[in-house]
Design a protein around this ligand. Structure first.
Ligand code: AMP
Ligand code: ZN
Ligand code: FE
Ligand code: FE
Length: 284
């Protein structure tokens, strides 16, 4: 297929296997209803959504890209790394992801504790029960704050309690973005820097990550403006990175600008990502 064909593509989404609101099969069916042709599921630190999603995608005739998103922090800035074409049968990789998910539980436990001490009686057991279903994170804590009337929305909960510098913010266990990129690359996935402006230092981060195997830059991120898409595209081109894009959908109404399929991802981007994957598979 040539550039400019009307494929609809979304390469960044979350399900109930992490902090999204739609089940894996529900997300695939929504994507199909919306006319998407290519959907990547990129849950935080888990591949648990991918079997159900793959089955649903086969039925719906949609291309599912198996993915994951790993979160790291550098100087309090969020540096997230997406991995595409993860291997659902790689037990060593899945074991490493399980360790990261366990660190998420410990972090959330400390946030619950902190909020209780601050006088917010959120239901910690209910949050932690969700950990059995997949990996948990700050959005679960945000929803618990909304449930007791302490916040109006997920964004409000982040702004007042959960983001860096706010009273219930707990830093992550040390995990460098280099380790995230290497973990993905060593296990055959294609590592891509997610929502690059969150890093607050794109050149500094690329200088660190390109030498250890970063292959792509999330350029067409739905929340970003057209000028930012253009700027990121020229950065991707300059560094020889494959541009990708997606919505970071977590569920209807989770956050403005993140509707499924909302990112203007050109078809050419998908072709390049697929070609990259094919080339690497032949090398292995
Ligand atoms: P965690 O992985 O536990 O650190 O939580 C990060 C998740 O929270 C990401 O998936 C983001 O989509 C979401 N998030 C981060 N900042 C905000 C915000 N200000 N408002 C709403 N959601 C946010
Ligand atoms: Zn998330
Ligand atoms: Fe992210
Ligand atoms: Fe995400």
């Amino acid at each position: 297929m040539t550039a400019g064909t009307a494929l609809r593509i979304d390469l960044h989404t979350h399900t109930t296997a992490s902090d999204g609101l739609d089940t894996p099969a529900g997300l695939v069916s929504l994507a199909s209803q919306q006319g998407l042709s290519v959907l990547a599921i990129t849950d935080h630190d888990t591949l648990d959504a991918l079997d159900d999603a793959a089955r649903a995608a086969r039925t719906a005739g949609l291309t599912l890209v198996p993915g994951v998103e790993l979160s790291t922090t550098v100087d309090r800035a969020e540096v997230h790394v997406l991995g595409y074409f993860v291997d659902r049968e790689d037990d060593i990789f899945i074991g490493r992801l399980a360790e990261l998910a366990a660190a998420r539980v410990r972090r959330v436990e400390r946030m619950i504790d902190r909020l209780h001490k601050l006088g917010y009686p959120i239901d910690g057991d209910a949050i932690l029960a969700e950990a059995d279903m997949g990996s948990i994170g700050r959005p679960h804590v945000a929803r618990a704050l909304i449930a007791i009337g302490a916040a109006d929305s997920v964004s409000d909960a982040f702004d007042r309690f959960l983001k860096a510098g706010r009273p219930a913010y707990i830093p992550r266990d040390p995990f460098s973005p280099e380790e995230a990129v290497r973990l993905l690359a060593d296990h055959g996935a294609v590592p891509v820097l997610a929502h690059p402006y969150s890093t607050r230092d794109i050149p500094g981060i690329l200088k660190r990550l390109v030498p250890v195997g970063l292959l792509g830059l999330e350029t067409y991120y739905a929340e970003y403006k057209p000028e930012q898409h253009r700027d990121l595209r020229s950065i991707a081109d300059k560094w020889g990175l494959t541009p990708t894009g997606g919505s970071d959908y977590h569920g209807k109404g989770f956050r403005e600008g993140r509707d499924l399929g909302a990112a203007p991802v050109p078809g050419e981007v998908w072709e390049r990502l697929e070609a990259l994957h094919r080339a690497r598979r032949e090398q292995r």
